[in-house]
Ligand binder design. Structure first.
Ligand code: SF4
Length: 233
């Protein structure tokens, strides 16, 4: 062994100390991120920016994840139950993930950050359906989504339904050309993939009949095989 190598090895930091430093550095970064995300969710839950919204904001909680799911807006039941996708559409969506990815509702909620285009229930229309949020409401709430993307730097985003997909793709193509595909995008200063899903609402039969059924299954397989999914937390 040369003298210089001998000197280098005598000053080398033992591997277990390097591992300990790295562990402390990473756990310090995670603690800081957790604090920031907790503060973000607390501020979100206190938001009253849109006067025509019927409920206050619904949040899935401060889940640190490489995967963000973006829904449309809560329905009438979610504010009562206090969580997104808490009723029939949620039952269908969580069934997709349980059956195709072996991830049940509890596991999903604790490992995926659940966002939405609008976090408050917009109320009903005269015809009895849920009111589509206005452009201003969508613009207001997209600031929360932008902050979440900047905080979490997700590698995979799953927008659910056309309104959510429209947050990422300006000209949304027909669902038959869109579901079952993956897009790489840059938005809010960050690059990530999106894999769109159809809205699991009982009002739309698209995902229950062909070709929607097969395309929805294909989209779930793309999510399952995405590197961020297996390492989402
Ligand atoms: S929809 Fe979004 S921006 Fe508007 S009040 Fe609710 S949380 Fe705030």
């Amino acid at each position: 062994m040369h003298r210089s190598e001998d000197r280098a090895s005598s000053f080398a930091i033992p591997a277990h100390i390097v591992t300990l430093f790295e562990y402390r550095r990473k756990s310090g970064l995670m603690a800081a991120l957790s604090n920031r995300l907790n503060r973000h969710v607390a501020a979100l839950r206190a938001c009253h920016r849109c006067p025509n919204m019927v409920s206050g904001p619904i949040s899935g909680g401060a889940v640190i994840s490489r995967v963000i799911l973006v829904g449309q807006a809560p329905g009438v039941k979610e504010p009562i139950l206090g969580k997104p996708f808490a009723w029939t559409a949620g039952k269908t969506m969580f069934k997709w993930f349980t059956e195709s990815l072996n991830v049940d509702e509890e596991c999903f909620r604790s490992t995926v950050y659940m966002a939405a285009v609008c976090r408050c229930f917009p109320g009903k229309t005269g015809a009895g359906g849920d009111r589509v949020p206005s452009k201003d409401e969508v613009a207001n709430c997209s600031e929360w989504l932008a902050a979440e993307i900047k905080l979490l730097l997700p590698e995979l985003i799953i927008p659910v339904g056309k309104l959510a997909i429209g947050q990422f793709i300006q000209q949304v193509p027909p669902l038959t050309d869109l579901i079952g595909t993956k897009w790489t995008l840059e938005k809010f200063g960050h690059r990530f993939d999106i894999v769109p899903l159809p809205h699991p609402s009982g009002a739309s039969p698209w995902h229950r009949i062909e070709p929607g059924k097969t395309l929805t299954q294909r989209a779930l397989e793309i999510i399952r095989d995405h590197p961020a999914w297996a390492n989402r937390v």
